[in-house]
Design a protein around this ligand. Structure first.
Ligand SMILES: Nc1ncnc2c1ncn2[C@@H]1O[C@H](COP(=O)(O)OP(=O)(O)OP(=O)(O)O)[C@@H](O)[C@H]1O
Ligand SMILES: [Mg+2]
Length: 597
């Protein structure tokens, strides 16, 4: 089982090589666009060759027009210069557009995969990381990786080719001068690039972690704003955010400084080179080995090599940032799920909907004591079974296991005789309707919230379900009725209203098996009666397993199971158990009695 910090761990332990990552990007995400990349490479070959043609034209202009006074060249050279400039512009534009498109599509595909991986992921795995961190990887890392893909390919192909082409041109003009240039600028530049890359990679990785921390803090603070205010922690939260932002600034600046150093360093190197070339070129000229045109052509090539050289020097830093981002992304994509379908798992065949638990044992990852131990119980078809027990006794866990949110360690859970691990997950979950302890509403309209999972439900179906859930009245009274937006960005509802919406959702799903975790918070008598009415409707003709927190539920249950610290202690009806005077009688006194009034 992975440890909580597994994304962060992944790049400490797995030594991703930049090239491994690029190779993987090429193999997976860039593959569909290889022909476009090919086109872009071609365009960049044109850019590189037209760029290095320019110094040649300068050389010709000086030697032929100014030196030899050759009039036939007077028109030819300018036309040539204009033509290659136009060609270069067109090729640059084309390659930029292609690369932007490829980068954008790559990011979209990555984000799609990340999202799918999260939504399909095991609860145990996904739950290890704060949602804020996922959001950060989604937004920041994915776009950073895109920028890297863009820049890396343009740099590698266009600028490197340009540098090579210009260098070749220099060698053609004068091998000795070119040798000096390649001996000074290129090796020093390489050493420098390597150093900067190391700084950037580290700062960039730490920066991305801080961004993750910041989004965690923001989502947590907004989610718990009431608690923050009630406990007077505004200043503390602001300070916490401030220090994260400062750290972030620190890392960003480190990375920026490294980037900022790259260009002047290369310019300085080039400056030295120019000085040396003027000296040695001048000497060669006095010896009659170098014409004025050749000298000018050479210097032009050298000056024109600045910008591409700078880009190539920056490449390492850009690449490292992308590697940091890519590592975090692939760490998520590479995590594997344990709760999956067996090969060719058949669909669950629900006949009556009887459920059994046989010697079920389960412990949460990293927990010593099992949350459930040796649980054997029956939920006969069509009956309502209530589960009671103190807080933390394992009631919600039992529901989680029934839906295979987690897999049990030993024993068996069956529905109509079929082990739930042998049937497909889709069919298992389609056969059950779940109402959770704290119903979750999506940031959408009431109608969409009720019809969640039933895209084709008609307005009549939705209203019918709401009526049966005793929710229709309060919905009608909302500002826009069924079209009112609820959830985080919309209207907030009371606990009882949310429960009834969740029940309406379950009624509309119309699944043969019902799993219900009653809200722990006590409802007022009116809501209580309404929820009770909604429940009765829902329970008709279904097998139901209800975690009971309300007296009316236990009274109406066909059978009650009493849990204590993961063990099954008592079984019977309300009156049986009450007269037995055991654990249930005790719980009744404390948990259920007071809601009886
Ligand atoms: N995701 C989890 N990871 C690790 N341990 C968990 C997790 N969920 C619950 N537990 C632990 O398992 C035990 C049983 O928890 P469970 O949620 O099933 O209790 P419960 O009976 O539903 O309690 P309540 O009535 O308060 O809802 C508790 O000790 C709890 O701390
Ligand atoms: Mg619970």
């Amino acid at each position: 089982m992975n440890q909580p910090e597994h994304i962060i761990d992944a790049y400490h332990t797995r030594k991703w090589r930049s090239y491994g990552l690029i190779e993987r990007m090429l193999r997976t995400y860039l593959r569909p666009y290889l022909w476009l990349l090919g086109l872009s490479v071609l365009a960049n070959v044109i850019v590189a060759s037209t760029t290095s043609a320019l110094p040649w034209f300068i050389q010709q202009a000086i030697d032929k027009v100014f030196g030899d006074q050759d009039e036939s060249m007077l028109l030819l050279i300018p036309i040539g210069v204009v033509a290659i400039s136009l060609l270069k512009g067109a090729a640059t534009y084309g390659s930029n557009v292609i690369m932007a498109f490829v980068g954008q599509r790559t990011t979209s595909n990555l984000q799609r995969d990340l999202f799918a991986h999260l939504v399909r992921g095991d609860l145990a795995r996904v739950g290890q990381q704060h949602s804020g961190e996922y959001i950060s990887v989604f937004m920041n890392d994915a776009t950073r990786l895109r920028d890297t893909v863009n820049t890396a390919i343009i740099n590698i192909v266009r600028h490197l080719l340009t540098v090579i082409a210009l260098t070749i041109f220099m060698y053609v003009i004068n091998a000795q001068l070119a040798l000096i240039y390649t001996m000074i600028v290129i090796p020093l530049g390489l050493v420098f690039m390597h150093r900067l890359g190391r700084v950037t990679r580290k700062a960039s990785r730490q920066g991305l972690e801080e961004i993750g921390g910041l989004s965690t803090l923001i989502s947590e603070t907004l989610g718990g704003l009431r608690i923050v205010k009630a406990y007077g922690q505004e200043t503390e939260q602001i300070t916490r955010a401030g220090s994260t932002i400062d750290t972030l600034l620190n890392y960003t600046m480190r990375s920026m400084r490294a980037r900022a150093a790259a260009s002047p360093a290369i310019e300085m190197l080039a400056g030295i080179a120019v000085g040396v070339i003027i000296f040695y070129g001048g000497y060669q000229s006095t010896q009659g080995n170098l014409t004025a045109g050749e000298f000018m052509g050479f210097i032009s090539a050298l000056l024109m090599a600045y910008q591409p050289l700078r880009a190539v020097a920056n490449m390492q830093t850009v690449l490292q940032e992308g590697v940091s981002a890519g590592t975090r992304i692939f760490a998520i994509l590479d995590s594997t799920d344990e709760i999956i379908n067996k090969p060719d798992a058949p669909a669950l065949d629900v006949k009556q909907g009887a459920m059994t638990f046989e010697q079920v044992k389960f412990a949460y990852a990293g927990r010593e004591t099992p949350a459930l131990d040796g649980i054997t119980l029956d939920i006969p078809a069509g009956q309502t079974v209530a589960l009671v027990g103190a807080s933390g006794s394992g009631k919600s866990t039992l529901l989680n296991l029934t839906l295979r949110f987690f897999d049990i360690d030993s024993g068996r859970i069956t529905i109509d005789g079929q082990d739930i691990r042998d049937v497909s997950l889709d069919s298992l979950r389609a056969a059950t309707a779940l109402v959770t302890q704290d119903p979750f509403l999506f940031d959408d309209t009431i109608a969409k919230n009720i019809a969640f999972g039933k895209a084709y439900a008609t307005q009549a179906d939705i209203e019918n379900a709401a009526r049966q859930a005793a929710a229709h009245e309060f919905i009608r009274d909302l500002p826009q009725g069924y079209e009112t937006t609820v959830g985080e960005g919309g209207l907030r509802l009371s606990g009882g209203q949310k429960q009834r919406l969740a029940i309406a959702r379950a009624i509309l799903k119309d699944a043969p098996i019902l799993l219900l975790d009653e809200a722990t918070s006590a409802l007022d008598t009116v809501s209580e009666a309404q929820v009770q009415k909604a429940l009765e409707k829902l329970l008709e003709g279904r097998t139901a397993l209800i975690i009971a927190h309300r007296l009316s539920t236990v009274m109406h249950a066909d059978r009650i199971y009493v849990l204590e610290q993961g063990h099954l202690r008592e079984t019977g009806t309300h009156s049986d158990l009450l007269s037995a005077g055991g654990l249930y009688a005790e719980l009744y006194q404390t948990q259920f009695r007071e809601s009886e009034t």
